[in-house]
Structures are given as C-alpha cells and as structure tokens.
Design a protein around this ligand. Structure first.
Ligand code: ZN
Length: 297
C-alpha cells in the first residue's frame, strides 16, 4: 500500500499536544487489573478495543501523562510523497484518508484525530498505557495509539505489521468513531457490556471491522484518495491481521482454551468474514451486525 505523491495530508488529523486531554486531577484512577479474569479482560480489550474503561467499568482519570510521540505529524507531513518518504507521516495519512471516507458517507461528519503517545496517558476514558493497544475514546473523540507498540502487538499475535494491517487497525478504530456519531455506540452500551459470541459488544466490533473493510475498498477505488493502491497482497495481510485479533485466537494464545462466553470482539472467522463483507459491500447497510443472527461464526 503506497500513498499518492501529490495528495494532501491534513496535519490537523493528529493531536500532537503534550499530555492527554483527560479531565485530570482524578487522583490516580487506574484501569483495574485484578486476578486472572481481569487480565483476560484487559488482554481482550486491548486488541482494537473500545476503551477498556468501558468494559471494566472504570471511568476515573489519573494524573500521569507522558508527552506524545513526536514527529508524527509535524509540518513536514504535507503530502503523500512525504508519507512515502517518511514513515512517521503515515499516521496522519491514514487519518486524513479515513476521515475523507466518512465525510462521503455521513452528513455532518466531524473528524476524529489520532493521538499518538508512549508509556501512559490520561484520557477522557481513564488511564491508558501502550499495552492497552489502540482504542477509540468517545469522551474526547480521539484514537489513542502507541505507534511504536502496534507492530510489537501484531507480532505477538503472530502476524506481521504492514501499512495494510495498520490501515485496517486504524480504520477499525475510526469505525467506532462513526458508531459514536451515529448513536450505535451509546445504544449498545445502554444494553450493557455483555460478552459472548452474539453480544452487543461483539456486534459493535464486527461492525467496526466491516466499516474498515468498506473504507479499504473505497481507498482502493477512489481516484483522489491518498491511498495509491490496495493490492491482493495487501488484502492477504489485512485478512491475516483480522485473524490474529480474533478472540478465540487470543484466548488460545493467552490461556490455551477458548471460552465463547467471554468474547468481546468475535472469533477470527467472524472478524475475517465482516472485514471481507465490508470490502465487498456496495452500501454500509451491509454492515448492520445488529440486524442478523448470522455473524459469520
Ligand atoms: Zn474495536
């Protein structure tokens, strides 16, 4: 996956301010990590999750912040040529492209920005660390990401990092932003944060995968988009990444056994199914994971 040399990058698609926009002064609220179950919840939540505070029921903000990673969207990231030359510019390029996609899909779309960080950060959704993995916080409309840790995370899950896999991961998080704007997120949360193979949580996640697939198809086809091409090799990498982040795969890796009742994101098979379904969709209506009991599992 390459970027079109002359396409413009929106430098405002990255929040590079130091520290987090969290409410602050929360007095050390932390994401609770108690016992084996808690560990499993966190491990699952961290994989392209909505913010773990939602799942764990914590909503406090802490006080520890580290400066955001630098040089992710400096003034040097202006065009696709910059992103092709300087890997640090690719995050702003993904965000620009995905925001453009959603602007074509939704009236009144307001963009989300990527917030790069390293170490720990205070967010409107509570404290997060690199190990939390990429996540979207509806409280501040930011996609949080440790850009250095992402490749490590993917490698640990047995898949390689690539621009295609990264674009899929980021597009999935933006899928949650779209769900936020559309009211889907609030509706699903109102029904409780249940887990299980057909739970609202899994439906939300699979829909975000479907939206990511739809974005990638748009990026592959749109003549003016920042993305030059999405090759069949890219698709294979995306499918690999979707497989790697399946709940069953993660459970096998972390505990050696599969427990469907604990699923929050869906199995590898389900995630691949919905990502591909999005890629083949002619309308986002095809991504209505709440309207069907056949979730591709
Ligand atoms: Zn997610």
């Amino acid at each position: 996956m390459d970027f079109k040399d002359d396409a413009r990058i929106d430098s405002d698609s990255i929040d590079s301010s130091a520290g987090g926009p969290g409410r602050g002064g929360g007095g050390g609220g932390r994401i609770v990590l108690g016992g084996g179950a808690g560990v499993v919840v966190l491990i699952i939540a961290l994989l392209l999750g909505i913010n773990p505070g939602d799942i764990l029921g914590t909503d406090d903000t802490g006080t520890t912040t580290r400066p955001a990673a630098t040089s992710t969207a400096s003034s040097t990231c202006r065009t696709g040529a910059d992103a092709n030359r300087d890997p640090n510019c690719r995050w702003a390029a993904y965000a620009t492209s995905i925001n453009q996609f959603w602007a074509t899909q939704m009236n009144g779309y307001t963009k989300a920005r990527i917030k790069p960080f390293s170490g720990q950060i205070s967010t409107a959704c509570g404290m997060a660390s690199s190990e939390t993995g990429p996540f979207y916080c509806s409280g501040d409309k930011l996609v949080y990401l440790d850009t250095n840790f992402l490749s490590q995370l993917l490698n640990q899950l047995g898949t390689q990092t690539s621009t295609a896999a990264e674009a899929y991961v980021i597009a999935h998080e933006y899928g949650h932003h779209a769900q936020d704007l559309l009211g889907t997120l609030a509706k699903a949360h109102a029904s409780g944060n249940q887990t299980g193979s057909h739970s609202p949580s899994v439906r939300l996640e699979l829909q975000a995968d479907c939206y990511a697939g739809a974005y990638l198809k748009w990026a592959a086809d749109d003549p003016d988009d920042l993305i030059e091409n999405v090759t069949s090799a890219d698709i294979a990498k995306i499918v690999d990444a979707a497989k790697a982040v399946g709940d069953d795969h993660i459970q096998e890796q972390s505990s050696g056994r599969v427990d469907q009742d604990a699923w929050t994101h869906g199995s590898s098979k389900m995630r691949v199914y919905w990502t591909q379904r999005g890629f083949n969709a002619t309308s986002l209506k095809s991504c209505d994971t709440f309207a069907t009991d056949d979730l591709g599992g």
